[in-house]
Design a protein around this ligand. Sequence first.
Ligand SMILES: Cc1cc2nc3c(=O)[nH]c(=O)nc-3n(C[C@H](O)[C@H](O)[C@H](O)COP(=O)(O)OP(=O)(O)OC[C@H]3O[C@@H](n4cnc5c(N)ncnc54)[C@H](O)[C@@H]3O)c2cc1C
Length: 322
Amino acid sequence: MSFIRTATTARSAAAAARRFSTEAPAQKKSNNLALYLMGAGIAGIGGYFYFSNVQKPKQTKSPLDPDNWVDFKLKKVIPYNHNTSRFVFELPNGQASLLPISSCVIVKSSDPEALKDANGKPVVRPYTPISHSDKEGELEFLIKGYETGLASKHIHGLKEGDKLSIKGPIPKWPWKQNEFEEVGLIGGGSGITPLYQILKHALPDPSNKTKFKLIFANIAPADILLKEEFDEWKKKYPNNFDVVYTVDKPTPDWKGPSGYINAELIKKEIASPELKEKTKIFICGPPGQVDAIAGKKAGMKQGELGGILKQLGYTEDQVYKF
Ligand SMILES: Cc1cc2nc3c(=O)[nH]c(=O)nc-3n(C[C@H](O)[C@H](O)[C@H](O)COP(=O)(O)OP(=O)(O)OC[C@H]3O[C@@H](n4cnc5c(N)ncnc54)[C@H](O)[C@@H]3O)c2cc1C
């Protein structure tokens, strides 16, 4: 980040200097002043380069550790809707997480006594950060709270300044820009975060050519997470991103499809399996939804392809279950 800022500053300073040098001399006095300011500016830029390079060497290591639990301090809680909040954790010394795309982390309570299952074992759950991997000093999650949910209830009970133990990254699909012509994303509820992570990384990249289509299922319109960002991306990247929302319980003003994601909707909205290796479908949602659409996951493994996607002719290679 600081490199980009430095390069941009240098570019605009150089452009300013070029502008100065090609301008016709208006008055000798003011020209001298301009030269003086320019000299001082260049010295300043030199200093900026020097200090930014000396004080902030390029970060190569993540503050997260895939082999050990590290406690991070909760910096901010930002309520999102009736059951979901954003949780922003502090990364020490302004470091970035450097998480690969795509990946998640696993979390548990920093107090070993505070969060245990019925057998007395620590409760560990995966969550996908929604902040950019190069976001300095912060790691942000969007977490839905379940009244009977062990980990989510614990996290929703944390106060600013409290700590959470985090381990990661846990690598998921190793995303490569432009590996696919068309990507279908199928999300359910808070299962949207891994799909959001890919989109947030891929879409702003000017080299991106992949066309993404997201089908996002929720209980009711009020449950749709990150809708404002998806709607903005649809406007900003009209040739590369589109989204369809479906809800189980539509409100009277709901205009989109309703009910569960079915074969008809997938056939209509998502790239055909005939695109072979040029397409990939990513799915993340509650286990029942993943099972019905793509077949059960086998623990951390992908499990056999089943459900609607298999019926529609997609192959195992074309589908990735988060
Ligand atoms: C790769 C991955 C990334 C994830 N990222 C996120 C994320 O960024 N944000 C987030 O909020 N969640 C995310 N989850 C889900 C998260 O890991 C937990 O499963 C969820 O928070 C519930 O855990 P719990 O301990 O609170 O509930 P549990 O004690 O495990 O279960 C309590 C109740 O919640 C229900 N339940 C459990 N999980 C789900 C679910 N996913 N959808 C619907 N009902 C469920 C159970 O049926 C049960 O009724 C992710 C899951 C995976 C596999």
